[in-house]
Write a protein that binds this ligand. Structure first.
Ligand code: SF4
Length: 192
């Protein structure tokens, strides 16, 4: 497959697989793109957040770190805010969110971490059992997110499906959540 998937594609696909078809096969732009952009921390804020991160990294046992690491594998590409080598021998992705922590972790945030876990595993050959989110608008609250095999496999499967839609012009199934169709850019052309 020549097409390389990003975490933003994954988020669109998981919202509705047909978004991928309309946008990347038929080339009809959708105007809800902002929902799927992988939110990068606002730069100034992010830089400040990072200056105060050393003690948090120590707390979770970081022995080595790489910042803004661009990784690829045969299907996926993406830049990880921080790749952390931990004292137990594992590696974990860390992602900054310019957001407040609201006692729940959005599935889109988890999906991004699963993507990074897959990239780390492919590049370093080490299992990833957890990732971290830093909520910069909640005084750098650090939240650990478990990463399991099933979740990473689901992301891999979704990436393969995206590849099939784009390279084979495959018309995918609609989302099961019909509420999403009500305000959808494509509702007038989408064959139900
Ligand atoms: S109308 Fe519904 S099924 Fe069609 S693209 Fe939009 S969200 Fe997906």
């Amino acid at each position: 497959m020549n097409f390389s998937v990003t975490p933003s594609h994954l988020l669109q696909y998981l919202y509705c697989p047909r978004f991928i078809y309309f946008e990347y096969v038929l080339r009809i732009p959708q105007y809800q793109e902002r929902h799927f952009k992988v939110q990068k921390g606002r730069l100034v804020h992010e830089e400040k957040a990072r200056q105060n991160m050393e003690y948090l990294r120590r707390r979770i046992g970081v022995v080595k770190k790489e910042l803004n690491l661009y990784l690829t594998n045969d299907l996926l590409r993406g830049e990880v805010d921080e790749v952390l080598w931990l004292e137990d021998g594992s590696i974990a992705p860390l992602d900054y969110k310019y957001a407040k922590y609201e006692d729940k972790i959005y599935s889109t945030y988890k999906t991004q971490l699963y993507c990074y876990a897959w990239l780390i595993r492919s590049n370093f050959g080490v299992e990833v059992t957890r990732g971290y989110l830093v909520y910069t608008r909640s005084r750098n609250r650090l939240v650990e997110v478990p990463v399991d095999e099933k979740s990473v496999t689901a992301v891999e499967k979704a990436a393969r499906s995206i590849g099939e839609i784009i390279t084979q012009n495959k018309y995918p199934k609609a989302t099961k959540n019909k509420k999403r169709c009500v305000t959808c850019t494509y509702r007038n052309i989408c064959i139900k």
